[in-house]
Design a protein around this ligand. Structure first.
Ligand SMILES: [Zn+2]
Length: 466
């Protein structure tokens, strides 16, 4: 086994995955690997390597890498890697259009593009599974891609018509190594268009035209609210200045130039990924993980609790599971003479956008984002969160709520009904938000109890680093 130059172990659920790095000179390796006898021979050698180096480790699978390219993944049980179905039609990646060739089925096409038959039919408005040669099918752009055998970052980047650098920034990857089963998030077309169209020149007060429009558009993607009128006015300059003050590497002059452009691109790509499980009760939404702008939860209902206001408003809504749990929580409080009131539950993307952009234009990005979420990054859009208040704080939202009888009771009892205090005191660096004793999030009893018992946040729960 002198062809192994390095190895790495990844912890998996009930064992380890061994990553073997081969000498880059072994270019023929991947070809030979398809040969059955050769493969058997290699497997025997790997077994010896494992027995020698990790005699007591339970290894469930092996990835073989040449440089950054994954050339094979071997299960260490008896199962064999499933052959990929192939399609023969042509795909235009810029348009996202696949042209059907004979022998294709929706199933094969879905499989090839890592999507589902359901999504294919939905996007193309197909009422049945019949397709014909020459038919042009829109391939839905997925939020994420699961790495398969033979994948490499450059292949995934090529497939989605973006650069490796963009893919790495978006996924916050420090190197090119990927492994089978890893989830790679894919930036949406409009995000890529926004950054690719940023002009290379220098623009300042009184500049105007199409290029300025594109700068304004990019700033709005970050959460600012400028008229995209192509006029580099005082307001645009103020926003550029506000953007620059967030980065040590930028001169704060309010002038757009190549350096500001680079930081803008980076800021947009690293701002957040769009989650692929928005309707999951256990979805994680924060400054790094955003909901799609068009996501609206199903089954929104008004919980039967006391609110601080009488009339109907969208913000009274919650998802049904959460609403029932909230009713139980408030009822349990009442029994102990704790009177809680709902103030704000569901918030649509557009209303969050209005709230956030008004704030950011008044106070600047840094300050606005301490308390308020960018559109898509608000947990209120999930329909699983509620801001709670009491008479003792004048039915408002104040950190003092945490000191009141009601606030203390909420902190000690919310988990019994599946809720967590989402932004606890002292965890600002982890959650990205200041202490909010009033904001509770439904996550289900099992998770809420684990979080409460360990005194952790949702982020720590997901990354299991506690
Ligand atoms: Zn809230």
């Amino acid at each position: 086994m002198d062809w192994v130059i390095d190895h790495k172990l990844l912890k998996e659920d009930d064992g380890y995955r061994l990553i073997l790095y081969l000498d880059k000179g072994l270019t023929e390796f991947s070809n030979e690997f398809t040969d059955g006898n050769y493969k058997q021979n290699i497997k025997e050698q790997i077994k010896k390597y494992i027995t020698k180096n990790f005699p007591n480790l339970k290894i469930k699978g092996i990835n073989i890498m040449v440089g950054s390219i994954l050339i094979a993944s071997l299960p260490f049980s008896s199962s064999v890697v499933k052959a990929q179905s192939t399609v023969s039609g042509s795909y235009n990646s810029r348009e996202g259009i696949y042209t059907v060739e004979s022998g294709d089925t929706l199933y094969k096409i879905a499989n090839h593009f890592n999507t589902t038959v359901y999504k294919l039919k939905d996007v193309n408005k197909l009422s049945n599974d019949l397709i014909y040669v020459g038919q042009r099918l829109q391939i839905p752009r997925d939020n994420s891609y699961i790495v398969r055998k033979g994948d490499a970052l450059y292949k995934i980047a090529y497939k989605y018509n973006i650069t490796i650098k963009q893919l790495k920034l978006y996924n916050k990857l420090n190197n090119d190594i990927i492994y089978i089963g890893q989830k790679i998030y894919i930036p949406q077309n409009n995000t890529i268009n926004t950054i690719e169209q940023l002009p290379h020149g220098i623009y300042n007060i009184n500049s105007n035209g199409e290029h300025v429009k594109r700068i304004q558009n990019a700033l709005n993607v970050l959460g600012y609210s400028l008229n995209e009128d192509g006029d580099y006015n005082e307001k645009t300059k103020t926003v550029i200045l506000d953007f620059q003050t967030q980065y040590d590497g930028l001169i704060n002059d309010g002038i757009y130039g190549p350096r500001t452009m680079e930081y803008l691109k980076r800021a947009i790509l690293t701002d957040h990924i769009i989650v692929d499980n928005p309707s999951d009760i256990k979805v994680l939404i924060n400054k790094d993980n955003s909901l799609p702008s068009n996501y609206k939860p199903e089954n929104l209902v008004v919980p039967n609790i006391d609110f601080t206001f009488k009339e109907f408003h969208e913000k009274k809504l919650m998802r049904k599971d959460a609403a029932i749990a909230l009713e139980n929580l408030f009822r349990a409080g009442k029994k102990e003479n704790i009177n809680l009131y709902g103030l704000s539950g569901y918030r649509s993307y557009n209303r969050q956008k209005y709230i956030f952009t008004s704030k950011v234009m008044r106070e600047g990005m840094k300050k606005a984002n301490e308390f308020s979420a960018k559109p898509g990054e608000s947990e209120h859009q999930t329909g699983l969160a509620m801001d709670v208040t009491s008479n003792s704080v004048g039915y408002g939202l104040s950190q003092y709520f945490g000191e009141t009888r009601e606030g203390k009771w909420l902190r000690e009892n919310a988990h019994k009904h599946g809720f967590i205090i989402r932004y606890p005191e002292g965890k600002e660096d982890i959650t990205g938000y200041k202490y909010e004793p009033w904001h509770i999030r439904y996550i289900g009893k099992e998770v809420s109890t684990e979080i409460k018992d360990n005194n952790i946040t949702l982020e720590e729960y997901f990354y299991k680093n506690y």
